[in-house]
Design a protein around this ligand. Structure first.
Ligand code: NAD
Ligand code: AHE
Ligand code: ZN
Length: 370
């Protein structure tokens, strides 16, 4: 079939919206009509050329929601008409990783996924002249139709709006999951969140859900403070307005350091500040942000010797087929909010404007509706 997609032809270039060829689903695969997709900073990270795993030409996008159009041979858990959210962290339920309760990082298709290919080592997308186009994070939600492995689709309730629940495909689950699954934040905790974008605000909403007493938000953009407060932030710090050492300021503000700190910027300098602003003896710092090729973290080992720990999280530690349908229920039941964070709705033709809004700090989430 043919479908419309925004194609990343080369690193650093705007996406090009065009008709592409899409082959139907093979064994264990599912054809999905994408109804809506969010624009996550990780898409921009790869588009820009900062991703060491970035390959081109590719169809980016990993925060989608849609409807099953066709199933391939052997697919048993989904049928035509089901509503689904694509999962860049699949859940096969049989690999060594899925069987270990300590991780959500299913590895059953990670190698081919990182190569921009389906598990059989081929791509379903091509240009109209036959040139292959690569998949991205196993999802490629910047196409109106896409093919995914059955194990990379969460089946969700049909009454949930696509233009909101697409955000559960990355940002919402990553932020809330980092608090609940990874940090396992206790009631009464003090926390600091660095970066109040599409991920950081969901960390804040997760901290509110977990009953944290103090939620400090840190961002260079003062406009993010209003939204932070809206979701439960108790204190806002703009590093450019702090005279003197930022770590010392944050340690004082939190009465000795935070029980939990979260980096949602992708900046390795911020990651160090986050670690060092965690409480001596027990503070945990969780890295969510994705750093550019070549970037490395550093700190004095003394920071760890004296009881701070440095951890990381992907997709908020969530097992997608199990956890994502529940998070959709939380949204539908009013336990979590999504609507105010979706600040812009665009057409596919306007997708590059969505990345401009992200750079200008004007959007939290821009969503493309097909
Ligand atoms: P975003 O652009 O919406 O938000 C980033 C925020 O960080 C902005 O508000 C920006 O002003 C702020 N910021 C940037 N530099 C800063 C600094 N030095 N100090 C303080 N604030 C600063 O991005 P997003 O979509 O929220 O993504 C955030 C990060 O999380 C990105 O690196 C993204 O790739 C990563 N991410 C990781 C996962 C995961 O599973 N680990 C999932 C989704 C996104
Ligand atoms: N390709 C990058 C790594 C990117 C990365 O860490 N991605 C996160 C999800 S970000 C979603 O917005 C992730 O899931 N990581 C685990 C994995 O297996 O990729 C690089 O640096 O090479
Ligand atoms: Zn993402």
């Amino acid at each position: 079939m043919r479908t419309r997609a925004a194609v990343a032809m080369e690193a650093g270039k705007p996406l090009e919206v065009m008709e592409v060829n899409l082959e139907g689903p093979r064994a264990g695969e599912v054809l999905v009509e994408i109804k809506a997709t969010g624009l996550c900073h990780t898409d921009e990270f790869t588009r820009s050329g900062a991703d060491p795993e970035g390959l081109f030409p590719a169809i980016l996008g990993h925060e989608g929601a849609g409807v099953v159009v066709e199933i391939g041979p052997g697919v048993t858990s989904l049928e035509v008409g089901d509503h689904v959210i694509p999962l860049y962290t699949p859940e096969c339920r049989t690999c060594e990783y899925c069987l270990n309760p300590k991780t959500n990082l299913c590895q059953s298709i990670r190698v081919t996924q990182g190569q921009g290919l389906m598990p059989d080592g081929t791509s379903r997308f091509s240009m109209l002249d036959g040139t292959p186009i690569l998949h991205y994070m196993g999802c490629s939600t910047f196409a109106n139709h896409t093919v995914l492995p059955e194990i990379a689709l969460a089946k969700v309730r049909k009454d949930a709006p696509f233009d909101k629940i697409c955000y559960i495909g990355c940002g919402v689950t990553t932020g809330i999951g980092a608090v609940i699954n990874t940090a396992k934040v206790e009631i009464g905790s003090r926390a600091i969140v660095f970066g109040l974008g599409g991920i950081g605000l969901n960390v804040i909403q997760g901290l509110r859900l977990a009953g944290a007493d103090q939620i400090v938000g840190v961002d260079l953009n003062p406009d993010k403070a209003t939204m932070g407060k809206r979701f439960g932030m108790t204190d806002f710090v703009n590093p450019s307005e702090v005279s003197g050492d930022l770590v010392a300021h944050l340690v004082e503000l939190t009465g000795g350091g935070a029980d939990y700190t979260f980096d949602a910027t992708g900046n390795v300098g911020v990651m160090r500040t986050a670690l060092e602003a965690a409480h001596k003896g027990w503070g945990e710092s969780i890295i969510i942000g994705v750093a550019p090729a070549g970037a490395e973290i550093s700190t004095r080992p003394f920071q760890l010797v004296t009881g701070r720990s440095w951890r990381g999280t992907a997709f908020g530690g969530a097992r997608g087929r199990t956890d994502v349908p529940r998070i959709v229920d939380w949204y539908m039941d009013g336990k979590i909010e999504i609507d105010p964070m979706i600040t812009h709705t665009l057409t596919l033709d306007q997708i590059n404007h969505g990345f401009d809004l992200m750079h200008e700090g004007k959007s939290i989430r821009a969503v493309v509706e097909y």
